[in-house]
Design a protein around this ligand. Structure first.
Ligand code: SAH
Ligand code: SF4
Ligand code: F3S
Length: 472
């Protein structure tokens, strides 16, 4: 049953109201002769980066300039992540240290938002133990940031807004993008998959898709502005459109986006293996604008563990998909995520993961040690494997992958890549960075004016992590 899409969309007049408040706040700063500055710090995934670009958009409308210095900032906004304990701990450490910054900068406003703050126990902890924090809001309240901040500014009191919600979609929030070459575009929000280890469905709400016309308009505008590398974002982009009741799926959306004129490349993440299939692969093979890269997180090579993770596919089904994709696009760059040490993972089950890695030969892997997240089913499972054993497995996995990555990178040596020059590095030996069509990193030297251009680059050497080359 398609959801009632109207119910999941914030009414345009509500966003207008927030923008009117922004103008009000900007006028108050101007009348007082103030030029406030904000520091926005982002943890977590690209979805959080994209959210921070909207928070910056709101801040700009409120008259804030930006700084990278906590000392200089009149407002510090930290967009948090809850995916692993380590990420949460780091945020808490940094927030704790801000007590001193604020003492040196009386009147400084400290705000926390994002996935970690959507959890009741974390918001409570901030309320009770981090009394220098002025504003806390979860992911569902992002679109109301101006109203929340206005309350802090006017009433000089602490504000907490962490109500849970299935989630909504807010169009029309202004954006300040961090990069002039690469851009993020969310196509959907939330997740319905409830992998047993994962906190995301609890802090981001249910899957909801943006309307195709809104996505098409945003991508067309980015292409017109000269963006060269556009990444479509969603926790599982392959379920795009299911809630809309239209006959458009993600492959269909990609097809329409590729028809937008302009010299840009499209990427997307993340694809859940249970939902990625032939239609997507054929679309990738057919559309020249889609980057030859697929991030297809497998998490484990053991069927028992995959089932305990509630992933919805088997090792064999996953491998079949990889084979089908490679049959269509032989030089596809494949990357993946692996969790080591899921509760009860045996030595033999870990070996299954290693053998899958050897069989697939990913170009690169993102490897994680399992971290229990409170409220998820996996956190209640027995976890008898000692930490040292998990650490040793993790190291073995990294070693196996490093050898594969180094071999894959070495195969580029001598080739010429149509590379997008995407940044200036500050490293005198290789002052520019670039990306192959499949997204592998190249270090090279050249004129910084080339940033944003696609140039032929000859690959001269390679390491585990990157390629090194020079302009042809
Ligand atoms: N939606 C994406 C993943 C988002 S989280 C997907 O389904 O692929 C990014 C990665 O973090 C996951 O792929 C997983 O490998 C890892 N991860 C998520 N929860 C974790 C946990 N509790 N402990 C360790 N790693 C975790
Ligand atoms: Fe988490 Fe699974 Fe959803 Fe990815 S698909 S966000 S791992 S629950
Ligand atoms: Fe972290 Fe939230 Fe992303 S938990 S990984 S920032 S969706």
């Amino acid at each position: 049953m398609p959801l009632n899409t109207a119910a999941t969309r914030v009414a345009p007049w509500e966003i207008e109201g927030q923008l009117a408040l922004c103008r009000d706040i900007a006028a108050r700063f101007a009348a007082a002769g103030l030029h406030p500055r904000a520091f926005v710090d982002t943890y977590g995934c690209q979805q959080n980066e994209a959210d921070s670009e909207r928070l910056r958009g709101y801040l700009r409308e409120m008259g804030y300039g930006f700084t990278r210095s906590e000392e200089e900032a009149d407002l510090i906004l930290i967009n948090t992540c809850a995916i692993r304990q380590h990420a949460e701990q780091r945020v808490l450490g940094n927030v704790g240290a801000l007590v001193h910054t604020k003492r040196r900068h009386p009147g400084q406003i400290i705000c926390l938002c994002g996935c970690s703050m959507q959890q009741e126990h974390m918001a409570r902890r901030i309320r009770d133990s981090y009394r220098h924090v002025d504003l806390v809001f979860g992911t569902h309240a992002l679109w109301r940031f101006p109203a929340l901040l206005d309350q802090v500014l006017r009433e000089k009191k602490r504000v907490f807004s962490t109500q849970d919600s299935a989630g909504s979609i807010a169009e029309g929030i202004p954006v300040v993008r961090q990069d002039g070459v690469k851009a993020w575009v969310s196509v959907m929000y939330g997740c319905n998959n409830f992998c047993s280890y994962c906190i995301v469905p609890y802090v981001r709400g249910r899957e909801r898709s943006r309307l195709p016309e809104d996505i098409l308009a945003e991508v067309a505008q980015l292409a017109e502005q000269g963006y060269k590398d556009i990444t479509l974002l969603g926790q599982n982009v392959n379920s795009y459109g299911r809630d809309l009741g239209l006959s458009l799926d993600f492959a269909g959306l990609l097809e329409q986006l590729c028809a937008i004129p302009g010299d840009f490349r499209l990427r997307f993440m993340t694809s859940h293996p249970k939902d990625a299939g032939q239609r997507l692969f054929e679309t990738m093979a057919r559309c020249g604008k889609i980057a030859p890269h697929l991030h297809l997180p497998v998490q484990s090579g053991s069927d028992r563990v995959l089932s305990a993770m509630n992933r919805g596919y088997t090792r064999a089904a996953y491998l079949e998909k990889v084979a089908a994709l490679r049959a269509l696009i032989p030089d596809i760059v494949l990357t993946s995520d692996i969790i080591v040490g899921f509760p009860g993972e045996t030595g033999a089950e870990f070996e299954d993961t290693l053998s899958l890695i050897r069989e697939v030969e990913y170009d690169a892997l993102f490897t994680f040690l399992y971290s229990p997240r409170s409220g998820t089913p996996a956190a209640r499972l027995d976890d008898p494997v000692p930490k040292e054993e998990k650490q040793a497995r993790f190291q073995r996995l990294v070693d196996v992958q490093n050898e594969i990555s180094a071999r894959k990178h070495a195969a580029y040596v001598g080739s010429v890549q149509q590379a997008l020059i995407d940044g200036v590095t500050g490293d005198p030996a290789h002052n520019l960075s670039a990306r192959t069509p499949g997204g592998r990193l190249i270090h090279l030297s050249g004129d910084p004016a080339l940033v944003g251009r696609v140039c032929p680059v000859r690959i001269e050497s390679a390491s585990t992590w990157a390629l090194f080359g020079s302009l042809e």
